[in-house]
Design a protein around this ligand. Structure first.
Ligand code: FES
Length: 148
């Protein structure tokens, strides 16, 4: 994912007045400006990183966080908690390399949810609109393989 960002940065001349063009291209191609590339842009354009963050902050069309278009809910209602939802949250955080209420670069947001209404088949998760009952950490790891 970051290789794409590096290619975009390298495609522009290393001139300070092209900063907004570089940032806009990253935003358009990736849906956000990955914070990991800010030091690279700073090096290439001989700018200070706070100046780049300031430009992003002042430009409404730019964002440092990926927009989310998909949601993963881990039920933390009573039944699901009793049957292991904490282990599912731990697995989801590991698999996606994000914390609760964060969105990964693929646009998948991780959130807890108080009862998905399928308590008899606890523990449950919901990926977009689909409930996955009787979830285990191993099954979740496998389900999230393509979402890293
Ligand atoms: S407690 Fe999880 S579905 Fe109800």
């Amino acid at each position: 994912m970051l290789e794409m960002a590096y290619d975009i940065i390298a495609g522009f001349p290393a001139e300070e007045n092209r900063l907004v063009d570089v940032l806009s291209s990253l935003q358009q191609a990736m849906g956000y400006v990955p914070p990991a590339v800010i030091p690279i842009i700073a090096d290439r354009m001989e700018l200070e990183t706070p100046a780049i963050y300031k430009v992003i902050e002042l430009t409404p069309s730019l964002s440092l966080k990926p927009a989310f278009s998909h949601k993963l809910f881990i039920c933390n209602g009573e039944n699901c908690t009793r049957k292991g939802s904490f282990a599912l949250i731990k697995q989801a955080r590991e698999s996606l390399a994000i914390n609760l209420f964060e969105t990964n670069p693929r646009g998948l947001r991780l959130e807890p949810f108080r009862c998905l209404g399928n308590c008899n088949a606890a523990p449950n998760i919901m990926l977009d609109d689909e409930i996955h009952p009787h979830m285990t950490a191993e099954k979740l790891r496998s389900l999230l393989t393509d979402w890293k």
